[in-house]
Design a protein around this ligand. Sequence first.
Ligand SMILES: Nc1ncnc2c1ncn2[C@@H]1O[C@H](COP(=O)(O)OP(=O)(O)OP(=O)(O)O)[C@@H](O)[C@H]1O
Length: 260
Amino acid sequence: MDLQIDRLTKQFEQKKKPPLTVLDDINLTIEEGSFVSILGPSGCGKSTLLSLVAGLKHPSSGTIALDSNPITGPHPNRGVVFQEPALFPWLNVRDNVRFPLRKTMPKQEQLERVQEYLQMVQLSGFLDHFPHELSGGMQQRVAIARVLAMDPQIMLMDEPFGALDEQTRIVLQDWVEWIWQKTGKTVLFITHSIREAVKLSDRIIMLGARPGTVMADKRVELTRPRNQEDMAALETEISSLLKSEINTVMKEALSDASHH
Ligand SMILES: Nc1ncnc2c1ncn2[C@@H]1O[C@H](COP(=O)(O)OP(=O)(O)OP(=O)(O)O)[C@@H](O)[C@H]1O
């Protein structure tokens, strides 16, 4: 099922100032089963866009629809993974993953599903562990298993590896690519890392700053698994695009400041 974003605009009210436009007339179709990353300078509206797709925030104008059904709020067909794993500290791994399933199916089925997805994230030996007994990377895998177990159509991932060390991050990148290939889910993935985006994505959408519009939309045709040499040229190209965008924003900010 495609995700269709039409003429999407989001503004936030500000005290004693005109509203802040964060996303301005965004039009995108995200194809079913594709891995799409969103890159852009800090504050350009990446998280806002993801929250809108999640249904946690509402558009100021425009629409978002999943296979022609308008999104009006959160729904299990869209699973969200944040930078912080957000597990319940008082529940063990089994019950953390089971939690969202508890009203949707018989208990035996819940437990089977929990087992299946913890196996997929290679944590089936940790059912009785509590979050504080796990490393950050393991906690994030539990959080991902919890979302996968709900069998969403789309995984919305907001810098899921941003808080992890470089080595763990590289391992989890390979692993998320494997999960994506195995499950065939659509992934919408926010990252600050150009390398991560180039490694994982079918398509990279770059948001520009103030107000957030689509600055570039690139298909990545490199064969998987991708190696550093093949990725280098595209990384350089994206990096210079982003640098010039950030420069523009900083110059604007400086000139605004000097006029006040
Ligand atoms: N609830 C809110 N009320 C007012 N302004 C908001 C609100 N949420 C976000 N903003 C503003 O909207 C802009 C975009 O924020 P957003 O978090 O979407 O950016 P981002 O691209 O995800 O940033 P980063 O890369 O730093 O995480 C920022 O200027 C932010 O201050």
